[in-house]
Write a protein that binds this ligand. Structure first.
Ligand code: SF4
Ligand code: SF4
Ligand code: SF4
Length: 335
């Protein structure tokens, strides 16, 4: 962990000093104990702020897209001959590189507009699990160690094993090493327990249609439509979301049961072949909605039907963006 962090700071400073990127997107210490927050580093000196630890779970590809798009928008006000490109470097474990691959496949930006600082990833902790294991709603302090985390609460200091606190998406992550990179910040990490990644889907598939619908409706009843899941997701980058279009208005913007259900299942289907299982949408949900359960079903369907996983290569088009003359058509009629 410390070695990766030191190399990360060194490489980030080098990339900026050599002018290979104008900004590095990474993590810095959060304001609360045992948290990390996205940071935008623009000078070699500031690279010392970068951190890498098990609190760094958010998928930063979202910010790469935001940075490039905001820059392109600002350039429109300049004369064509004065316009410049902006290159964004990003600290990227496996899931983030898969999201970058999706952006590249979907022609959001060019390969030479992003510098990938690839991180071998041992997984991020689930904040809810961490607080539950600490027996507290707030932490007074804490520190990550080598495979352990020290938590300080009003009741005292305890040491917990990081492996017991991993987010579900990390504990069963099949792609914890970068799928591509420009600079690797360490040796590949051992693979995670990928064999059980579809276990929750298999459990739900055994239920009757009625039971599945009741489960979905109950889960969606928790949603307060804050849009945090959508706003944090790297695959949700439309400038105007279908949920906010008013002509036509595809779905109401309120919190009525059917509006929430339609919003969520349209967003979920939009993720078919495009979700990289980073778990960010579930992690940021203030209501604890288990979106991952449904996203994994779509992930499994794409694997079973097409033998493909999302974002494994910057050169491979997304599965539903590719059409072949000899494509079978039965799937259109038999879901
Ligand atoms: S989903 Fe995989 S690559 Fe992403 S943070 Fe978790 S373990 Fe790392
Ligand atoms: S839908 Fe959720 S898990 Fe999938 S890519 Fe988006 S944020 Fe990550
Ligand atoms: S983050 Fe949670 S509460 Fe907010 S819209 Fe998404 S599912 Fe609903």
């Amino acid at each position: 962990m410390e070695t990766i962090q030191a190399t990360m700071r060194e490489e980030a400073a080098r990339v900026l000093a050599e002018g290979r990127a104008q900004v590095v997107v990474g993590f810095e210490e959060g304001t609360l104990p045992l948290t990390a927050a996205p940071v935008f580093i623009t000078t070699p000196e500031d690279a010392q702020r970068l951190v890498w630890n098990p609190a760094c779970g958010q998928n930063l590809a979202k910010y790469v897209h935001d940075q490039v798009m905001a820059h392109r928008e600002s350039q429109k006000r300049l004369k064509p001959q004065d316009r410049k490109r902006k290159v964004v470097a990003v600290v990227a474990p496996g899931c983030t590189t898969r999201s970058l691959a999706i952006h590249l496949n979907e022609r959001q930006y060019e390969r030479d507009e992003v510098v990938v600082l690839g991180v071998p990833c041992t997984g991020a902790v689930d904040r809810r699990k961490l607080l539950a294991a600490a027996g507290a709603e707030e932490l007074a302090g804490g520190a990550f160690g080598n495979g352990t985390v020290k938590v300080e609460t009003a009741a005292g200091i305890r040491e917990l094993a990081t492996a017991d606190l991993l987010a579900e998406s990390c504990a069963s992550c099949a792609f914890n090493n970068p799928v591509f990179s420009d600079v690797m910040l360490g040796e590949p990490a051992p693979s995670h327990d990928a064999g059980r990644e579809f276990a929750p889907v298999e459990a739900v598939q055994k239920l009757s249609a009625d039971e599945r619908w009741q489960g979905f409706a109950a889960e969606m009843a928790k949603c307060m439509r804050c849009n945090a899941c959508r706003n944090a997701c790297p695959s949700c980058y439309c400038r105007v979301c279908f949920a906010e279009q008013s002509q036509p208005q595809w779905v109401g913007i309120g919190q009525s049961g059917s509006d929430v259900q339609v919003f969520q299942f349209m967003r979920l289907y939009h993720m078919a072949g495009r979700c990289v299982d980073c778990g960010t949408c579930s992690a940021v949900c203030p209501m604890g909605v288990d979106l991952r359960r449904y996203l994994k079903k779509l992930d499994k369907d794409v694997l079973d039907l097409f033998g493909r996983r999302a974002g494994l290569s910057p050169d491979e088009p997304a599965v539903l963006a590719e059409a072949k003359e000899d494509d079978p058509e039965e799937f259109i009629y038999s879901p």
